[in-house]
Every structure is written in structure tokens, then in C-alpha cells.
Design a protein around this ligand. Structure first.
Ligand code: AMP
Length: 139
């Protein structure tokens, strides 16, 4: 299977549609998931094009993990979450719905169950506030 640039994250990376951005550099974009499984659910998206883990350039994978760790720490600090889940899906049978590699960072709050994957849409104003709060915690 090949990468199709018309996917929604491709459009966001090209600036064709808006996103609640938390962080961006030459190699990656971090943004709020608009159908969050918990408060603060983030997506880390490498800019190098691949469908998922299986066709990614190993160098791009190696480059993105330190950013995933840095964002995870800022996310916990900003939200006060008790834990955090890192998730990444490969192909539709495994739950992948957007076919541009991305890593989910999902805060977990003691005693609160996660919402189902990609269910309700979050409030835009709330997402904007969270994006700002997480960005201020980035070292
Ligand atoms: P996956 O199932 O791993 O491909 O995850 C795709 C994720 O993208 C889901 O958690 C969706 O909630 C999220 N999503 C879909 N469209 C957008 C969008 N326009 N902006 C932010 N997140 C999105």
C-alpha cells in the first residue's frame, strides 16, 4: 500500500486545513486530537510521508521518539494527568483511520475511563486553551 497525500493530516501539514497546534519544527507537528479519548489527547505527526510504522524511514522514526518523550512530559505537567498511553495503529483492521504516520499521546486520569477511539468532537475553545497550556510547559 502506498502513501496517499490527500489524507487529512497531509492537508494539515500543508496548511490546507486548520489545526490546534502545540508544537512544530522541520520534522514534526504536534496537535490536539479533535475527537479526544481524554482531556489533552495529542497527536505527534512526523512530516516525512509514510502511511504508518511499516513503511516509515527508520531515521524518521529515530528522530521523532525524543520529541514524543518531550511532549509526553509537557502533557503530564500541563494536564495533571496520572498516567499516559502511547498508541499507534497500523492499517484499518488495527484501527487506523488516517493514513499518515502519527503517535497518540493520551493522558489517563485516575478513576476516569477513556472515551472510545475517535468518538465525540471536543469544543474548539477548550482545545485552543489546552494547546496553549501544553505549549507553555515545553522545555
Ligand atoms: P488513527 O485511528 O490512529 O488513524 O487516528 C486518527 C486520529 O485522528 C483519531 O483519533 C481522530 O480523532 C483524529 N482526527 C481526525 N481528524 C482530525 C483533525 N482534523 N484534527 C485532529 N485530529 C483528527
Amino acid at each position: 500500500m502506498t502513501y496517499d497525500p490527500s489524507n487529512i493530516f497531509g492537508k494539515i501539514l500543508r496548511g490546507e486545513i486548520p489545526a490546534h497546534k502545540v508544537y512544530e519544527d522541520d520534522a514534526a507537528l504536534v496537535m490536539m486530537d479533535i475527537f479526544p479519548q481524554s482531556r489533552g489527547h495529542l497527536l505527534v505527526i512526523p512530516k516525512a510521508t509514510s502511511r504508518n510504522l511499516l513503511d516509515a524511514d527508520p531515521a524518521a522514526l529515530a528522530a521523532v521518539m525524543p520529541l514524543v518523550q518531550r511532549i509526553a512530559k509537557a502533557l503530564l505537567a500541563a494536564t495533571g494527568a496520572d498516567g499516559l498511553r502511547l498508541a499507534q495503529f497500523n492499517e484499518a483492521p488495527a484501527g487506523q483511520t488516517v493514513f499518515h504516520l502519527h503517535f497518540h499521546l493520551i493522558p489517563v486520569y485516575e478513576g476516569t475511563a477513556l472515551a472510545p477511539h475517535a468518538s465525540g468532537k471536543a469544543d474548539d475553545a477548550e482545545l485552543a486553551k489546552l494547546a496553549q497550556a501544553i505549549a507553555t510547559h515545553l522545555a
